[in-house]
Design a binder for this molecule. Structure first.
Ligand SMILES: NC(=O)c1ccc[n+]([C@@H]2O[C@H](COP(=O)([O-])OP(=O)(O)OC[C@H]3O[C@@H](n4cnc5c(N)ncnc54)[C@H](O)[C@@H]3O)[C@@H](O)[C@H]2O)c1
Length: 259
């Protein structure tokens, strides 16, 4: 479409699906070379579109919880493309459970993937970016990192942690030229939220959707547009910010419209 990321290299986790895949595609359309990472293989169509749009791509399977694997993936992307300008931490999982009912194993799964995984990929990427003297890290937090939600103890904590990791790294690396921000999406139509379309969960999903002041959920491409802003030089003075991409969900509640 244009060249807002021409000659840039972007590493995107969770690139096989949903928001990560949409970011990889949008960045590719703006001229970025894309290194995708995911624990799952992408579906042919999703990654083929990125390959078609980007000047160059690589894709690696790795678990963001595995530090040795992630260090190797980050190093390989840097060696292959010669630089690292953008990191999108989109790998993540949902998790349901109030504190009284939550198994430790489920707590660990959700917090380890969403929070420790974001920390590990950022740790190895920022080492390259600070040496380079530039970079933009974009974390996928959530409206659930800003507010509480029913039966979401581990997910709320993991995403609140991502917001604080964003701020902490912004303090540490701003003077090295590395900007760190996060996106806080509301309900976005992806495979993650498709699981809410069962007969038991659909009423909850519909209520959640109705709480967005625009009266609808969002599309992954709408999150990717916000990520593109944070990745590009247009956001050169935006640092340490948690940007809600939520159709007004966190702005307030209507007492007369919607749910
Ligand atoms: N969809 C929403 O409504 C929504 C709202 C707010 C925040 N988010 C966040 O956005 C991010 C992307 O979510 P999505 O909706 O695109 O979900 P998705 O399920 O479509 O994509 C997530 C991707 O992460 C990958 N992944 C999961 N565990 C991994 C691991 N251990 N290592 C590497 N990759 C792993 C999955 O294989 C998948 O491809 C997540 O962090 C999610 O919490 C989503």
């Amino acid at each position: 479409m244009s060249d807002r990321l021409k000659d840039r290299v972007a590493l995107v986790t969770g690139a096989a699906s949903g928001i990560g895949n949409a970011c990889a595609l949008r960045f590719a359309q703006e001229g970025a070379r894309i290194a995708g990472v995911d624990v799952a293989e992408p579906s042919g169509d999703a990654w083929a579109a990125v390959e078609k749009a980007a000047p160059a791509t690589s894709f690696a399977t790795a678990d963001v919880r595995d530090e040795a694997a992630i260090e190797a993936v980050v190093r390989a992307a840097h060696e292959r493309f010669g630089r690292l300008d953008v990191l999108v931490n989109a790998a993540g999982v949902s998790g349901i459970g109030a504190a009284a009912d939550l198994d430790v194993a489920e707590w660990d799964r959700v917090v380890d993937i969403n929070l420790k995984g974001t920390f590990l990929v950022s740790k190895h990427a920022v080492r390259i970016m600070r040496t380079q003297g530039s970079g933009s890290i974009i974390n996928l937090a959530s409206v659930e990192g800003l507010e509480g939600a029913d039966a979401s103890a581990a997910y709320n904590v993991s995403k609140g942690g991502v917001v604080q990791l964003t701020r902490s790294m912004a303090v540490d690396y701003g003077r090295a030229g590395v900007r760190v921000n996060c996106l806080c999406p509301g309900l976005i139509e992806t495979p993650m939220t498709a699981m809410l379309n069962t007969p038991e969960l659909k009423p909850i999903r519909d209520r959640f959707e109705a709480m967005h002041l625009l009266g609808r959920g969002g599309q992954p491409e709408e999150v990717a547009h916000a990520a593109l802003f944070l990745a590009s030089d247009e956001s050169s003075f935006v640092h340490g910010h948690a940007l809600a991409v939520d159709g007004g969900f966190t702005a307030g509640r209507s007492l007369t419209q919607g749910a």
